[in-house]
Design a protein around this ligand. Structure first.
Ligand SMILES: O=C([O-])CC(=O)C(=O)O
Ligand SMILES: [Mg+2]
Length: 571
């Protein structure tokens, strides 16, 4: 398989591939934009049509072809094919309009792309490491084509978005996340490696699907699973001492256990736990500036106590503690609801992430409820009357008018973040939430929504997605020599987001969004990266540097989609 020469940040780029191998390397391929000098140099004559074109013309032609397709799913498939052929062209197309293209290559389209990944899969990208590869993971990673890797996104497909176990089809997510690392955070595509850890699947539909590309085996669990992950992490650490290892869409308990096991010894983080928490905390800080109750007065119900829900509770409680609240009091402000209802002390099956937020066993002694053994979302809403409600459940439609009613009456500006993806899994639509709260709710969703017109006023809908955080992490790691990702750094990212908030600087409630628009995600990533590096330096987990040095490093680390001239080296 072809591989690029060691990444050269100088121009021209030194390239060791030749002929068809060069054309088949997506990070180096320019298609018929290879000029005559390069066609001479790399033996491309005859392999390309005579006319030499430009990136601009390639973008225009591809954009026309994409526009003519019937729907965004077809566009997703077509764009992925372009990405597998020519990454520069792929990113040049996307860079025309992040607002237009992110919903196609990422949330929400990526949900369907994962469900149908086996049907639309054509070419290898990244690594599929199956459980049957155990014992040879280090050997697989040793391939020189991965020499330049700086960011890995790894998933075991265990809990993809809000759609559950997708097995090896979950690979759509690491690919999509890394596309955003580049599109928003400027990560050179040669430095990105998506990895699917295929430990089987318990998804019966996939196990019976003759097209399924993954290992046809029930999901490996327990000690065998942990040993496989350990072999993987050790191989990654040995291969790339300066890597950022991003975990994505693992099932809740696995996600937290793996994060806690490895975060102390390498630069690793879980995007669903920490990235989602970072953007949620940033959006809450912005909401407070727009009229929501101050941090010290918040009572927060979190519906869905998996990785994302626990991560949000953890980071928001740190916000409260930083604001001066007693830690124990801060943790009592959270009401987490999972399959067994409100998480209470002494309940069976409480996870490590839930435990600090478990409410007293007798909390409902005075409540009027139907089943005291199972305190439902409705029970908790009626008795707690929260100031903030977060949905991380994957349960489409779970927030009904009756659920929302106690918030609508009890709080001037209730905060409601319905974060589950893709669109069909959202707990309530923005239009309903505004109607049920007489337009007073400050709302956000996990995926993109068009603005809602309420009482003749256009209300923007914030996308509270971890894409406001993780591309900045990649940039910070490459530019700032980050060695660990700490909680303090995610808090710093949240404050950086709040600083960028249009709502924080607006006059009048509800008129301005909480977060900058998706079109500004590259600037957001730069601000987040700056904040992470600064905080990392303060905590001794980033390379010391002056502000000017950090700015230069950020600029140097930011790749943009253009064709570099190539020079030949012996491959
Ligand atoms: O991928 C997204 O859009 C956000 C996310 O991490 C998830 O929903 O699991
Ligand atoms: Mg995720």
């Amino acid at each position: 398989m072809p591989f690029p020469a060691r990444l050269s940040r100088t121009s021209p780029r030194k390239v060791g591939l030749h002929g068809r191998n060069l054309l088949e390397c997506p990070v180096l391929n320019k298609g018929n934009a290879f000029d005559m000098r390069e066609r001479d140099l790399f033996g491309l004559h005859g392999l390309l049509p005579a006319n030499v074109t430009t990136l601009e013309r390639q973008v225009a032609r591809a954009t026309r072809r994409l526009a003519a397709l019937p729907d965004n799913f077809s566009r997703h498939v077509a764009l992925r094919e372009i990405q597998d052929r020519n990454e520069t062209l792929f990113h040049a197309i996307i860079a025309q309009s992040l607002e237009h293209y992110l919903p196609i290559i990422y949330t929400p389209c990526i949900g369907r792309a994962c469900r149908q990944f086996s049907q639309i899969w054509t070419r290898p990208r990244g690594l599929f490491l199956s459980y049957e590869d155990r014992g040879r993971l280090a050997d697989i990673l040793s391939d020189p084509q991965w020499d330049d890797v700086r960011v890995i996104v790894a998933s075991d497909g265990g809990s993809i978005l809000g759609i559950g176990d997708q097995g090896a089809n979950g690979m759509g997510i690491p690919i999509g996340k890394l596309a955003l690392y580049t599109a928003c955070g400027g990560l050179d595509p040669a430095c990105a490696l998506p990895i699917e850890l295929d430990v089987g699947t318990d998804n019966a539909t996939l196990l019976e699907d003759p097209d399924y590309i993954g290992w046809r085996h029930p999901r490996v669990r327990g000690a065998d699973y942990d040993a496989f992950i350990a072999e993987f992490v050790e191989a990654v650490e040995a291969r790339w001492p300066r890597i950022a290892l991003h975990w994505e869409d693992l099932a809740g308990a696995d996600a937290l256990r793996i994060l806690q096991r490895y975060r102390g010894r390498m630069c690793t983080y879980n995007d669903d736990i920490q990235g989602t928490a970072g953007v949620t905390a940033g959006a809450l800080l912005a909401a407070i500036r727009a009229g929501a109750a101050p941090v010290g007065q918040q009572r927060i119900v979190i519906f869905g106590a998996g990785g994302a829900g626990c991560g949000i509770a953890d980071l928001l409680s740190r916000l409260m503690i930083a604001d001066g609240m007693d830690p124990q009091e801060a943790r009592r402000r959270f009401f987490m609801i999972d399959v067994d209802g409100l998480v209470r002390q002494g309940m069976a099956g409480i996870t490590d992430g839930q435990r600090p937020f478990a409410q007293p066993a007798d909390i409902a002694a005075e409540w009027h409820v139907r089943d005291p053994a199972h305190l439902s979302l409705a029970d908790v809403m009626a008795h707690v009357r929260p100031t903030m409600l977060v949905g991380t459940s994957g349960q489409g439609g779970a927030f009904t008018r009756d659920i929302i009613a106690p918030m609508a009456t009890g709080t001037a500006r209730p905060v409601i973040f319905a974060l589950s993806n893709p669109t069909a899994n959202i707990e309530a639509t923005p239009a309903d939430l505004l109607e049920w709260t007489d337009g007073r709710a400050i709302i956000g969703t996990g995926g993109p929504f068009a603005p809602v017109v309420f009482n003749g006023q256009e209300r923007p809908v914030d996308q509270i997605n971890n894409s406001y955080v993780f591309p900045g992490v990649g940039l910070a790691v490459v530019a700032g020599g980050i060695t660990r990702m700490t909680d303090g750094m995610f808090l710093a990212a949240a404050h950086a987001l709040a600083e960028l908030s249009p709502a924080a600087h607006a006059h009048g409630p509800g008129s301005a969004p909480l977060l900058p628009p998706v079109s500004e995600l590259p600037a957001v990533a730069a601000s987040v990266a700056r904040a992470l590096i600064r905080q990392g330096q303060a905590e001794g987990v980033a390379q010391p540097a002056t502000e000017a040095e950090t700015e230069a490093a950020l600029r140097h680390a930011t790749w943009t989609a253009h064709y570099q001239p190539y020079e030949k080296v012996d491959g």
